[in-house]
Design a protein around this ligand. Structure first.
Ligand SMILES: [Ca+2]
Ligand SMILES: [Ca+2]
Length: 94
Protein backbone atom coordinates (compact mmCIF):
# COMPACT_ATOMS: atom_id res chain seq x y z
CA UNK A 1 0.00 0.00 0.00
CA UNK A 2 2.28 2.77 1.19
CA UNK A 3 5.45 3.01 -0.78
CA UNK A 4 8.23 2.22 1.65
CA UNK A 5 11.94 2.16 0.91
CA UNK A 6 13.32 -1.23 -0.01
CA UNK A 7 14.58 -2.63 3.26
CA UNK A 8 13.71 -6.29 2.93
CA UNK A 9 15.53 -8.41 0.38
CA UNK A 10 13.60 -8.78 -2.85
CA UNK A 11 10.03 -8.07 -1.95
CA UNK A 12 7.49 -8.28 -4.73
CA UNK A 13 8.02 -4.56 -5.43
CA UNK A 14 11.75 -5.05 -5.80
CA UNK A 15 11.20 -8.05 -8.03
CA UNK A 16 8.97 -6.02 -10.31
CA UNK A 17 11.54 -3.26 -10.52
CA UNK A 18 14.28 -5.76 -11.30
CA UNK A 19 12.17 -7.43 -13.97
CA UNK A 20 11.50 -4.05 -15.55
CA UNK A 21 15.20 -3.24 -15.34
CA UNK A 22 16.01 -6.56 -16.97
CA UNK A 23 13.59 -5.83 -19.81
CA UNK A 24 14.92 -2.32 -20.26
CA UNK A 25 18.51 -3.48 -20.64
CA UNK A 26 17.73 -6.51 -22.78
CA UNK A 27 18.37 -4.40 -25.85
CA UNK A 28 17.92 -7.11 -28.47
CA UNK A 29 14.88 -8.57 -26.64
CA UNK A 30 16.12 -12.15 -26.68
CA UNK A 31 15.10 -12.61 -23.04
CA UNK A 32 18.72 -12.81 -21.88
CA UNK A 33 21.35 -10.36 -20.74
CA UNK A 34 24.63 -10.64 -22.58
CA UNK A 35 27.88 -9.49 -20.96
CA UNK A 36 27.56 -6.11 -22.63
CA UNK A 37 23.94 -5.67 -21.57
CA UNK A 38 24.79 -6.69 -18.00
CA UNK A 39 27.67 -4.21 -17.89
CA UNK A 40 25.36 -1.38 -18.91
CA UNK A 41 22.76 -2.42 -16.40
CA UNK A 42 25.26 -2.60 -13.54
CA UNK A 43 26.75 0.74 -14.54
CA UNK A 44 23.28 2.27 -14.29
CA UNK A 45 23.09 0.90 -10.73
CA UNK A 46 26.46 2.50 -9.99
CA UNK A 47 28.05 -0.94 -9.73
CA UNK A 48 31.37 -0.78 -11.50
CA UNK A 49 32.69 -4.09 -12.74
CA UNK A 50 35.23 -4.92 -15.38
CA UNK A 51 34.41 -6.92 -18.48
CA UNK A 52 36.12 -9.95 -16.93
CA UNK A 53 34.12 -9.61 -13.72
CA UNK A 54 30.88 -9.44 -15.66
CA UNK A 55 31.83 -12.55 -17.60
CA UNK A 56 32.66 -14.50 -14.43
CA UNK A 57 29.45 -13.24 -12.76
CA UNK A 58 27.47 -14.56 -15.71
CA UNK A 59 29.34 -17.85 -15.56
CA UNK A 60 28.58 -18.25 -11.83
CA UNK A 61 24.86 -17.64 -12.30
CA UNK A 62 24.36 -19.15 -15.73
CA UNK A 63 22.27 -22.12 -14.63
CA UNK A 64 21.40 -23.29 -18.15
CA UNK A 65 24.90 -22.57 -19.52
CA UNK A 66 23.82 -20.50 -22.52
CA UNK A 67 26.41 -17.81 -21.79
CA UNK A 68 23.86 -15.15 -20.83
CA UNK A 69 21.54 -14.41 -17.92
CA UNK A 70 17.84 -15.02 -18.23
CA UNK A 71 15.49 -13.24 -15.86
CA UNK A 72 15.67 -15.93 -13.18
CA UNK A 73 19.47 -16.06 -13.30
CA UNK A 74 19.61 -12.28 -13.20
CA UNK A 75 17.40 -12.22 -10.09
CA UNK A 76 19.79 -14.65 -8.36
CA UNK A 77 22.70 -12.36 -9.18
CA UNK A 78 20.88 -9.29 -7.91
CA UNK A 79 19.87 -11.08 -4.69
CA UNK A 80 23.51 -11.83 -4.02
CA UNK A 81 24.58 -8.29 -4.90
CA UNK A 82 21.94 -6.91 -2.59
CA UNK A 83 22.98 -9.15 0.26
CA UNK A 84 26.60 -8.12 -0.22
CA UNK A 85 25.64 -4.47 -0.15
CA UNK A 86 23.59 -4.94 2.97
CA UNK A 87 26.37 -6.82 4.72
CA UNK A 88 28.68 -3.89 4.11
CA UNK A 89 26.36 -1.60 6.03
CA UNK A 90 25.71 -4.00 8.90
CA UNK A 91 27.94 -4.20 11.94
CA UNK A 92 29.33 -7.72 12.11
CA UNK A 93 28.80 -9.60 15.36
CA UNK A 94 31.94 -9.72 17.49
CA1 LIG B 1 19.76 -9.59 -24.77
CA1 LIG C 1 21.60 -18.62 -18.88
Amino acid sequence: MASTPVIHPLQEDALQILRATFDGFDVNKDGRLSTEELLRLLASLKVTVTNDEAISAIKSFDADKDGALNCQEFLSLMTLLKNMTEKNTTTPPV
